[in-house]
Design a protein around this ligand. Structure first.
Ligand code: ATP
Ligand code: LTN
Length: 340
């Protein structure tokens, strides 16, 4: 008897999109909260990772520095191990559909929604001399980034929750008006280290655009790491205990240690109970240096091969824009524009 093999239809893997701004060198917070999780997803999902350079100009940038930081960020994504064949790595500004989508979505977003965004409030206070419209509509550009690729999941740090919510609201509104245009995306947050705090002001998140001693950069050498951790703000009661509300500095160090060693925060706090802050800091220093050294070595190699970097971002932009164009044309048709 003849046997026929019935092949199951290929199931499309879930799609992931995320982005990081080239607004400086990434910090340990970016690494723990976002970048290193991206590597864990590449075998199970279709992943696109974008260098969000359009978002970066919401704050004034020096052109040469922006260019250098952008290339460095690409080299860093490769250095943390992202495989450019499995992941689409690209610059946001190379895929023109982002700017186009952002305009369309601006017309489906309300001023009131944007005024509630905490990042807008924070950044406009920080850059009071340049409260531009781009800063105000930043979440719309971000919503477009996600929706263009019909992403199912968006791995980000918890500071992006509000932006993700607004993206879902916009998607629901457009779908409500025109039928199924967009896939509804979900946030994907890591359990440990989703919010690494500033070393100097441990009640605020560690941010790459803050003063240098507040953060550890992925490219900081051992001396800088040692110095910054030694100077990290703690408290005066001398007890190692995980209590973010009353002991934000010590708790932040414990979280960092836990994120880098894989040991649970409670277990670490228990094993360190009775020890001094000096010992905690030295354990954190060792863990950070041990994590960063191999990344930095690989980064230096990638930076030495500009032609390779160029081939990665060119191919990334081509692959990304093919997907993005499909969604953009679909929406434009639904809205009622005459097709080209
Ligand atoms: P900027 O300081 O310029 O606003 P940023 O440091 O907040 O930038 P982004 O490029 O906006 O970094 O964010 C990249 C990713 O890193 C996002 O997913 C964000 O949630 C995550 N992230 C940023 N800071 C932290 C942090 N302190 N802890 C955990 N995750 C973070
Ligand atoms: N706003 C994000 C960076 C970003 C992003 C995105 C993240 C821009 N576009 C799309 C996820 C999906 C931030 O991390 N500050």
């Amino acid at each position: 008897m003849e046997q026929t093999l019935t092949q199951a239809a290929p199931v499309r893997r879930q799609r992931i999109l995320s982005g990081i701004q080239p607004s400086g060198t990434p910090t340990l917070g970016n690494y723990i909260g976002a970048m290193r999780n991206w590597k864990l997803l590449e075998d199970e999902y279709d992943c696109l990772y974008m260098i969000a350079d359009l978002h970066t100009i919401t704050v004034r940038q020096e052109p040469a520095k922006l260019r250098q930081q952008s290339i460095q960020l690409l080299a860093l994504l490769l250095a943390i191990g992202l495989d450019p064949d499995k992941n689409v790595l690209f610059f946001q500004s190379h895929v023109t559909q982002h700017a186009q989508m952002s305009w369309l979505l601006n017309c489906f977003t309300y001023m009131g929604e944007m005024s509630r965004m905490t990042q807008f409030k924070d950044k406009s206070a920080k850059h009071a001399d340049n409260v531009n419209c781009g800063l105000f509509t930043y979440p719309v550009l971000m919503a477009g980034d996600i929706l263009l690729y019909q992403a199912n999941l968006v791995p980000v740090g918890v500071d992006q929750t509000q932006h993700l919510e607004i993206c879902r609201d916009i998607a629901a509104r457009v779908n409500g008006l025109y039928g199924n245009v967009f896939t509804m995306p979900e946030g994907y947050y890591s359990k440990v280290g989703a919010r690494v705090m500033s070393l100097q002001e441990p009640t605020r998140k560690m941010s790459k655009s803050d003063p240098d001693d507040c953060f550890i950069s992925i490219l900081d050498g051992p001396d800088a790491v040692r110095r910054k951790v030694r100077r990290a703000v703690t408290d005066s009661d001398g007890e190692i205990r995980f209590d973010p509300e009353n002991k934000p500095g010590v708790s932040n160090l414990l979280s960092i240690l836990s994120a880098l060693t894989g040991e649970k925060v409670d277990a670490l706090a228990e094993s360190m109970a009775g020890k001094g802050y000096g010992e905690l800091k030295s354990a954190v220093t060792d863990a950070v240096i041990g994590t960063l050294e191999p990344i930095q070595a690989s980064f230096t190699q990638y930076m030495g091969d500009k032609a390779y970097l160029e081939s990665v971002y060119r191919s990334g932009a081509e692959r990304a824009s093919r997907i993005a164009e499909r969604t953009l044309s679909k929406l434009m048709k639904k809205i009622g524009f005459v097709g080209r």
